[in-house]
Design a protein around this ligand. Sequence first.
Ligand SMILES: Cc1ncc(COP(=O)(O)O)c(C=O)c1O
Length: 388
Amino acid sequence: MKMDTKQIINQEKKYIVHTYARPDIVIDHGKGCYVFDKAGKKYIDLVGGIATCPLGHGNKQFAESINKQIAKITNPTNLYYTEEQVILAEKLAKLSGLDKCFFSNSGTESVEAAIKLTRKHAKKYEIIATKNSFHGRTFGSLAATGKEKIKQQFKPMLEGFRHIEYGNVKALEKAITNKTAAFIVEPIQGEAGIIMPSQDYLKQVREICNKHEILLIIDEVQTGYGRTGKFFAYQHSKIKPDIVTLAKGLANGIPIGVTITNNNVANSFKPGDHGSTFGGNPVSCKAANFTIEHIISKKLMQKASMMGDYLIKKISSLNISSIKEVRGKGLMIAIEFNKQVKNILKKCLDNGLIVNSTSEKVIRLLPPLTINKKIIDDSIKILEKALK
Ligand SMILES: Cc1ncc(COP(=O)(O)O)c(C=O)c1O
């Protein structure tokens, strides 16, 4: 049965649990930085599947590559060795400067694995996290998350998490006790509205973690795979974490999660300690291998830096008094307003531009890394129109 827009929206109301407040559009297909709705209307997509599509939508070569893998085999499971998994693990180990990977299917699972690994390795269970952080919606990562509003109704939380001010190294030093096992932190807080710490924050954090012999877990779920101009955002600070979590855009929209760590920590996990039926399946790994090769060969990290600077410059040059601040790194950008943005989102959408908000006054942009100046210029025209 073919359905039109109205029928699909009605069916959603009837059959889907309402955890999302969706605008009234039904996305049908995509091409590069554009998506098209069921009625054929074209939109510039500056949300990029919430940062999950670094190569853009509808990439034919990508589709061919994973289609071949689907025809070969989809999921022999982790009971056996598979080639794409070890190819991907070697790539990620070399890119991160770490040693070993645990594969799962999402960001929240990559954080769950990091928490379990930390508890087993350190033989302690206290983890320090930051206020307003976001690490996922399952119970371990939700406990690590620093947004009280999304936790309130699901208490009691997993024990052992304490939250300190983001960007404050003195608060970290003060919070560490002999029960502390690790500090978990995002290099840039994404869901909080692209909050950037000072340049030397992670370097100082690394020194404090070394001094107190606690693990440093860096959550790169949103900042990773080249979006900020380096493959991992912590690489701007020239440090090495003990554990890294990665997901979102790593496989260009195909579900994947990875927890990467050093040999010392990795060796704490023994067969049976953790697992995932779908984690590391050859389809997701093939998709991630293709995505990484493309990000490197097409110089998408360098492009993310250049296009990010261009986008920030263009927005900053708009003469709009309601814009309070434009901030970001690479293609992870926030526009903060001194008024609510709900109507702006709606006007952008009506005029063919998809943007999203992290809070009442912040619009966040996470476009595909393949975006170019022409698409940015077109977006700015629509944004300007919506704001005026
Ligand atoms: C930093 C960070 N960690 C973890 C997550 C959770 O990822 P997922 O939605 O894939 O579970 C997110 C999602 O936005 C995130 O931004």
